[in-house]
Design a protein around this ligand. Structure first.
Ligand code: CA
Ligand code: CA
Length: 210
C-alpha cells in the first residue's frame, strides 16, 4: 500500500469521525418526566383509552385492557373484573398501556405500591412481581426490591412507542406513576456544520485523486 493513500485514508477517517462524534450532541437534551399524576392525565379516569395528550413535546396515550383506567395519588392502575387486587393498581387479568408519539428513548418507569415484603396473611411476606412489554414484545417480569413500595424499573431502550404492564399472579398489584424519557432532540447548527465539513472534505479528496 502506498503511504500517501494511507495518509488520505486517515484524513478521511478522522473527518468522518469528527462528523459522527458531533451528531450525538443533538441528543444532548435532559431527561423529561411524563408524570401521570399531573392534571394532564385527569381525564383518563374511568376511560378505556385516553389521549393523545401533548406532554412536553410527547404525544401520550393511555389505555387499559379488561377494565378501566383508574388514577390515585400513587399513579395509574386499572379497575378490572375482579376484586382480587386494588382498583387503583394493575392486578391480575389487567393491563395498563401507554403509547408515545414520536417513539421515545425511555430511561425508566416509576412504580408505587410494589412491596418486597407485602403482607399476604397466610403465605407471609411476599416480594411482588410485575411484568412489562416493550413495543408489543413478550412480557418480561420484574420484582419488588423496596419495603416502601417505590420501585424504579430500568428500561434504557430507544424508539419505544409502547409500554404495557401486567401482573402475573393474584398476589401482584402496583401503580404506574411516571415514565422518564429523553427530550426530543433538535439538531444543533454546529453539528450540522461539522457534518457538512466532513462531507466536503471527502468530496475534495475524491477530486484530488482524479
Ligand atoms: Ca386493579
Ligand atoms: Ca401492591
Amino acid at each position: 500500500m502506498k503511504v500517501p493513500a494511507l495518509r488520505h485514508s486517515l484524513v478521511f477517517a478522522s473527518m468522518l469521525f469528527a462528523a459522527g462524534v458531533a451528531c450525538p450532541s443533538v441528543a444532548d437534551a435532559a431527561p423529561i418526566v411524563l408524570d401521570f399524576k399531573s392534571a394532564l392525565y385527569a381525564g383518563a379516569e374511568g376511560q378505556v383509552a385516553f389521549g393523545p395528550v401533548s406532554d412536553q413535546g410527547v404525544n401520550v396515550t393511555l389505555a387499559s385492557t379488561n377494565g378501566t383506567l383508574h388514577r390515585t395519588s400513587e399513579g395509574f392502575g386499572v379497575d378490572g373484573p375482579t376484586s382480587l387486587d386494588d382498583s387503583g393498581e394493575v392486578g391480575i387479568f389487567e393491563v395498563f398501556g401507554s403509547g408515545f408519539v414520536p417513539p421515545q428513548f425511555v430511561y425508566s418507569v416509576a412504580i408505587e405500591q410494589f412491596f418486597v415484603n407485602d403482607t399476604l396473611g397466610f403465605i407471609g411476606p411476599y416480594a411482588e412481581v410485575g411484568s412489562v412489554s416493550v413495543n408489543g414484545g413478550a412480557f418480561v417480569p420484574f420484582t419488588a426490591t423496596a419495603t416502601n413500595g417505590f420501585y424504579t424499573l430500568p428500561i434504557n431502550l430507544p424508539n419505544v412507542s409502547s409500554l404495557r404492564f401486567a401482573a402475573p399472579t393474584i398476589f401482584d398489584d402496583y401503580s404506574i406513576a411516571s415514565v422518564t424519557v429523553e427530550a426530543a432532540a433538535v439538531p444543533e447548527p454546529s453539528a450540522l456544520i461539522l457534518l457538512g465539513t466532513g462531507l466536503a472534505g471527502v468530496v475534495g479528496l475524491r477530486r484530488k485523486r482524479r
